[in-house]
Write a protein that binds this ligand. Structure first.
Ligand SMILES: Cc1cc2nc3c(=O)[nH]c(=O)nc-3n(C[C@H](O)[C@H](O)[C@H](O)COP(=O)(O)OP(=O)(O)OC[C@H]3O[C@@H](n4cnc5c(N)ncnc54)[C@H](O)[C@@H]3O)c2cc1C
Ligand code: SF4
Length: 486
């Protein structure tokens, strides 16, 4: 620019409204006696008001932060102008589990939303719910031209369901094998006050025109070896999305006492409507989301009992979603930080938990401060029920070492290749630590499976088709670069 040139005045930055339209909740006194849904949906009017807070960023951080690149900016824009049908279509175009995610997604989009710099981010997850509640959401997915190739998906959690959808809309014939009778994977353990089995079934119903066959009650690797699918059953590729269905134990004395309950089984049994008994003095051990769901569920089951969470690190180090921690605190859960369980005591039945105080040492390789026990600080906390929520692990029974699976730091089995290929050609494996994250890995694996099978047909890999059968291909939103893996 010449020295004497006058720079054009810059457009003023868009005004951010830092205040979120409140999301109503069931009153605490009423909601803790049963499993009714806690969060209320926005009305049409309040959804439009909230959507109008979005400044429609040229570079949509919300979209980039999403592992499945859900075009939140676009559905928010449509809601702001009252087009709920359009918003539902955008949502479902790239997200076959939208009904589940609008209730339980950890909304990495909201953490990335630019409005968070000045106040409370746009309620993106809740607006997704408004799109589905008020827009035409009983849309049906349409397969593109049949590819005449079969893919077996093992595990019907979010990763398996996403892969089945990605491959189904591309015209592949997909069979999903699931060891349980119900679908949704670990989503089956999420309490009904957040989401239900009916939400999974609402999403699954939209697959009805895809060539996807669901086979429950089949444990691949045990009922038959995985390579049989490729060698004898006519499948050209296999996607393993077997997740982490097994609970981890504490490894302390007394874990076999009556009244000690693994969290996964506890939550699953409640959702199945079985008779689940807890006492009046309940301790939950852990600091993640499963622990949060356990404390709040135990409270609801206890009929006025006391629930205490025992966690060996501090509040800052808790991996649980802050919203869930807040919900638990509101409901009167007691939090005991920096206490490590040493043993569960009792005479046949749990009577207490012996804990030791912890100091937090320097950060470990993962940046978390390591717990250091303080000698001489043992104490016994009275309890009649101890729920162990210290994580899950994969069940690799029947899966051969030749697959060369990698376990992520949180224990999720994945392939090691770029597209999650395993050590066996044609077998891919992915999944992960949140619903949408698992779906993101499955999307990448499905792209790789499509490329693998296209090469087998001697064809180039095409773009992902419009899942509603429209003439255009699926297009990434403008401004979008690449998903940020957080
Ligand atoms: C209590 C709880 C609450 C949670 N809350 C949230 C939340 O609010 N938001 C969120 O985003 N995430 C949440 N999560 C995490 C989320 O559920 C998981 O990250 C997600 O389900 C992972 O999906 P996945 O498909 O990789 O694995 P999984 O969900 O574990 O699914 C794997 C599936 O494979 C099946 N399977 C395993 N082995 C075989 C086999 N050999 N043959 C056939 N089938 C097999 C399993 O039965 C299961 O159905 C929660 C998890 C738990 C436990
Ligand atoms: S980052 Fe926030 S303000 Fe920007 S487009 Fe996304 S939701 Fe709207």
């Amino acid at each position: 620019m010449a020295d004497d040139a006058v720079a054009a005045p810059k457009a003023p930055p868009p005004r951010l409204n830092p205040v979120r339209v409140p999301i109503a909740e069931e009153p605490i006194a009423e909601r803790t006696s049963d499993f009714r849904e806690v969060l209320h949906a926005y009305s049409k009017e309040t959804a439009i008001l909230e959507a109008k807070r979005c400044i429609q960023c040229r570079r949509p951080w919300c979209v980039e932060a999403c592992p499945i690149t859900q075009d939140a900016r676009e559905y928010i824009r449509l809601i702001a102008v009252g087009d709920f049908d359009g918003a539902a279509r955008v949502t479902l175009r790239e997200n076959p589990l939208a009904t589940c995610l609008c209730k339980v997604c950890y909304h990495y989009c909201e953490d990335a939303c630019v409005v968070k710099k000045k106040g409370v981010p746009i309620a993106i997850r809740h607006l997704k719910r408004a799109a589905l509640d008020y827009g035409k959401s009983d849309l049906v997915y349409v397969p593109s031209k049949p590819k005449n190739q079969r893919v077996a998906v093992v595990g019907a959690g979010p990763a398996g369901m996403q892969a089945a959808w990605e491959l189904g809309v591309r015209g592949y014939s997909v069979t999903v094998f699931e060891q349980e009778q119900r679908y949704g994977g670990l989503m089956q353990t999420i309490p009904a006050y957040r989401m239900t089995d009916a939400d999974v079934e609402t999403d699954r119903a939209r697959y009805r025109d895809l060539d996807v066959t669901w086979v429950p009650g089949t444990k691949v690797g045990v009922d038959f070896p995985v390579d049989k699918l490729l060698k004898e059953d006519g499948y050209q590729a296999v996607f393993l999305s077997i997740g982490t269905p097994t609970h981890r134990t504490l490894g302390v004395p007394g874990e076999d006492l009556e009244g000690t309950i693994p969290a996964l089984g506890f939550l699953k049994e409640i959702n199945l409507g079985h008779d689940v008994h807890v006492g009046k003095e309940i301790i939950v051990i852990g600091g993640g989301d499963v622990a949060m769901d356990s404390v709040r569920s135990a409270l609801r089951k206890s009929g006025g009992g006391h629930v205490t969470l025992v966690y060996r690190r501090g509040r800052q180090e808790m991996p649980a979603d802050p919203e869930e921690v807040h919900g638990a605190e509101q409901e009167g859960i007691r939090f005991l930080f920096q206490k490590a369980p040493l043993r569960i005591v009792g005479n046949g039945h749990v009577e207490g938990l012996v804990v030791q105080s912890i100091e937090l040492g320097p950060p470990d390789a993962g940046g978390r401060r390591s717990p250091v026990p303080v000698p001489g600080t043992e104490e016994t906390l009275p309890a009649d029920t101890v729920i162990v929520a210290v994580g899950q692990k994969a069940d690799l029974e029947g899966f051969d070492a030749s697959l060369d699976l990698k376990l992520t730091s949180q224990g999720w089995p994945q392939g090691k290749g770029k597209g999650f290929e395993t050590g066996v050609p044609g077998i891919f494996a992915a999944g992960g630590r949140s619903v949408v994250y698992a779906m993101g890995t499955a999307t990448e694996a499905a792209d790789a499976i499509d490329a693998y099978l296209s090469a087998k047909r001697g064809e180039p890999t095409g773009p992902r088709p419009d899942p509603f059968g429209g003439p255009g291909a699926f297009a990434r939103p403008p401004g979008y670069t690449t998903p940020i893996r957080v």
